[in-house]
Design a binder for this molecule. Structure first.
Ligand code: PHE
Length: 345
């Protein structure tokens, strides 16, 4: 009887081919635990005759070893595959690893803000080439031939061509010319973009920077429209308590021309280092488009008038975030850039 059972279970164990760890565990539960088959057969062994014990003792011990070895081999086999799948798929139960978010460049943030404000007033965004010809950058804009901006010391020339030199644009006013040449008034557009000037790099000057210029041309556009538009703009950008003032100035392409100051964003007008104790900081140039410029672009200056303005995005950004060194904008120092992470929009 006992011998038959041993034979039967030996056959079962030899045919054991586990498909998973569950099978291995079931094997252990069936054969190797305190109430399992191996123990049961040893119990039964105690009841057989002394003669049988002599032959069966050896067989039973071999059976026990077979059960234990089969179990430990099966365990090893699955321990291996488990490790492998862990390696291939990773441990799906572990918490995820956080990844570092990038951030927008402060100049992009501020440009976007400026664009949004003017978009709400009906201005569209237009762009033009950074490599520009003399006509669009200077001549159409009423720059006299001997104007200092046409000097190598102020402008990066790419190619000297008789009468129509090619240069890196010094302002995005060139885009205004391109826009006016292309169509008919009314025009209501802003021109964001990078511009270049031949300056030594320092905390306060750089050989390239960014501008947003704007143009509005229609019938009956007045200086009052200019003032109200720009007043609205700074109130949106810097808050309702921001004051403005206009000072007469000169640009070849506008007449009259002005520079606009706002009450200092740091000291609110009380006087500080940034505003040199004056309470005011300059933020943009503006004026009524010179009739010559309109005519140069094929627009009848007796019917149409317009205003234009231009600001440096760096300057606007410096005032907003109190940044003191222009070089920070182009050095790509993550310690600087990551401070704008929370401003991701
Ligand atoms: N183009 C001028 C500059 O680069 C800014 C400006 C634009 C001034 C339009 C008046 C009108 O400084």
């Amino acid at each position: 009887m006992l011998q038959d059972k041993i034979k039967q279970f030996t056959a079962e164990i030899k045919g054991f081919t586990p498909a998973s760890v569950v099978d291995v565990e079931n094997f252990r539960l069936k054969f190797l635990v305190a109430k399992g088959i191996v123990k049961a057969l040893f119990e039964e062994f105690k009841t057989v005759s002394a003669e049988e014990k002599r032959t069966l003792g050896k067989i039973l011990n071999e059976f026990k070893q077979l059960a234990e070895q089969t179990y430990s081999h099966a365990q090893e086999q699955f321990a291996d595959t488990e490790k492998k799948t862990q390696r291939e798929e990773g441990d799906l139960t572990l918490p995820g690893e956080g990844f570092q978010l990038g951030s927008r460049h402060p100049l992009s943030l501020v440009r976007k803000e400026i664009v949004e404000i003017f978009k709400k007033l009906g201005f569209i965004v237009t762009e033009g080439p950074e490599i520009e010809d003399d006509w669009h950058n200077f001549s159409a804009l009423n720059f006299p031939p001997e104007h200092p901006a046409r000097d190598m010391q102020d402008t990066f020339f790419v190619e000297k061509k008789d009468g129509n030199d090619i240069a890196l644009r010094t302002h995005t006013s060139s885009v205004q010319v391109r826009l006016m040449e292309m169509g008919k008034p009314p025009f209501r557009a802003i021109m964001p973009g990078r511009v270049y000037r031949n300056e030594a790099i320092s905390a306060r000057a750089h050989c390239f920077f960014h501008q947003v210029e704007g143009l509005y041309v229609d019938e009956n556009v007045s200086f009052a429209d200019l003032k109200q538009t720009l007043f609205h703009f700074v109130q949106e950008l810097y808050g309702k308590d921001t004051k403005v003032r206009f000072r007469p100035s000169y640009f070849p392409f506008t007449e009259p021309s002005a520079e606009m100051d706002i009450s200092c964003t740091i000291c609110k007008g009380a006087g500080c280092q940034l505003c040199k104790q004056s309470g005011w900081v300059e933020i943009l140039g503006c004026g009524m488009v010179d009739p010559n410029v309109l005519e140069n672009c094929g627009i009848d200056s007796k019917i149409y008038s317009g205003f234009a303005f231009g600001m440096g995005i760096e300057r606007i950004t410096n005032l907003k975030y109190e940044i003191r060194d222009l070089r920070l904008f182009s050095e790509n120092d993550v310690r600087f850039l990551s401070q704008f992470e929370t401003e991701l929009v």
